[in-house]
Every structure is written in structure tokens, then in C-alpha cells.
Design a protein around this ligand. Sequence first.
Ligand SMILES: C[S@@+](CC[C@H](N)C(=O)[O-])C[C@H]1O[C@@H](n2cnc3c(N)ncnc32)[C@H](O)[C@@H]1O
Length: 266
Amino acid sequence: MPRRGTPQKYYDRIAHRYDSMYDSRYWDLYRRVTWEHTRPLLPRERSRILDIGGGTGIWALKLARAGHDVVCADISHQMVDQARARVEEAGLAGRVTCIHSDLQDLKEFADREFGAVWAQGDPLSYVADPGEALKQVARVLRPGGLFVASVDNRFAGIGHFLERKDVAGLEQFLKTGQDEWLAERPEERFPVTFFTPDGLETLLRRRGFEVISTIGKTVLPLRKHEALLEDPQEFRRLLDLETSLNRERALWGGAGHLETAARLGG
Ligand SMILES: C[S@@+](CC[C@H](N)C(=O)[O-])C[C@H]1O[C@@H](n2cnc3c(N)ncnc32)[C@H](O)[C@@H]1O
């Protein structure tokens, strides 16, 4: 597969409209699912948290409001600018620092600097070598520190190849998990790793993490049925159903994303 663009190139271009791209009832529910899974796992004491691939700062603000000091870091300078503006507007510049950094090296950070590392929106799927990225995450986390990451789910990609009638491509994809981000502009397409649940958990264990919990996001096919989420009561009921089912491994095949929370061994 030709390697063309980079995530940085793509996200730099769409940074100004990133929030509106994910402004829908489905993505509202998706973020609620994320928060319900992860909030109970956050450190109880005030901690320094790295939000890597932090984008426009959605999670950095939430983590700061939950009482933590956050470094919101991203490989895209334009996304960092968006996050900085948002943090300033929220009056949280004393709690959130926005900087450029690459998950692949995290060279701006000291060993054991953070009590938690947060990687939402799949940056671990976007790096060339996820194992190396996890080594860096383990380096900057203190022992016992929390790592939360969402990634692209390999088994959810099957339909995409069948729609393209690309059986040979499907065989290859299922073996390697490699595909590319289908940006409209071919020069912005970049390689993406789609993880299997076992592959993700095994990689984490190899890097010294203990997996605490994994969920599928979302296991209910609500993107297809987004209209159901318009009514606030139905939204609440579907959110409750989703969170009661999303630890069922049997249902993960249809979930676009997997999210794992893990602790670094001492
Ligand atoms: C889908 S967005 C998610 C943004 C935010 N975390 C959220 O959940 O709304 C993915 C982000 O990861 C960033 N990213 C991609 N590769 C990265 C890398 N190697 N290091 C740091 N950030 C990266 C992109 O620039 C983009 O801002």
C-alpha cells in the first residue's frame, strides 16, 4: 500500500472544523460511553495527566474539571492551536497546557512524569509502530499509572472490504490489520492499524501493563439508527443499554472502536 499522507497533514487541514464533524447525537453518546467507562478509573488525588492526540481539547477540559492538571499534546500544530483557544476561553489555562508532541517518541516528557495517559480518538492506531509508542507511554507513566486508549477495531472493518468486493484485500487486512485513513484527498491518506481485541491486550501486557477493562464503542449499531437518539429519554435508555452490553466480547465485532484501560506494573 503506498504511504502518502500523515495524520499531521490531515488534521492540520481539518482542525478548524473538527468539532463540527463530531457534533451529532451519535458522537454525544459515544463520548458519554467513554466517560462512563473511564471516569471511575481516574486517579482520586489531583494528578498530572497527559492527553496525547488531545485534538481540540475536549477531554483535556473534562479531565481538568475533574480536578487534574493536564498536558494536552498533539502532533498537529493546528489542533494544538484549537485546543489552546478553547482552554483559554474556558478559563482553564492554569490547569491545561497545550503543546506539540508525537506519541511515537513523547520526547518532551520526563520518565514517570504522569499519573495517567489518555489517548482518545485512536492515535495509537495512527503511529507507525504501536509497540514503540507503548514503550514511550510506559516510560512517562509512574508505576501503577493508568493508560486509557481507544483504537480502530479490525473486525468492524470487514464490511468495508465486502462493500468494495475486495476479497483479496479482506484476507490481507484480517492478517495484518493494516489499511489507510480514507481522507477525501488521496495525498492526505495515512496508514492505520486496526487492532483485534486480543492483539491490543497482548501488546499492552508485553509492555508491562495489566489490562483492567476493555469495551467496544459502540456495540449497538447506533450510527445507522441515529434518529433514535434525538429524543432525550430514548437517548438515556440507549446509553444505559450500551453501557450494560459493551463489555460483552461477543458483541465487539460490530463496534468501530475498542477502548482499553490498563495499569502500568511496578
Ligand atoms: C480523532 S482525533 C482525536 C482528538 C481527541 N482526542 C478527541 O477524542 O476528540 C485524533 C488526534 O490524534 C492526533 N494524532 C495522530 N497521530 C498522532 C501522534 N503520533 N502523536 C500525537 N498525536 C497524534 C491527531 O492530530 C488528532 O488530533
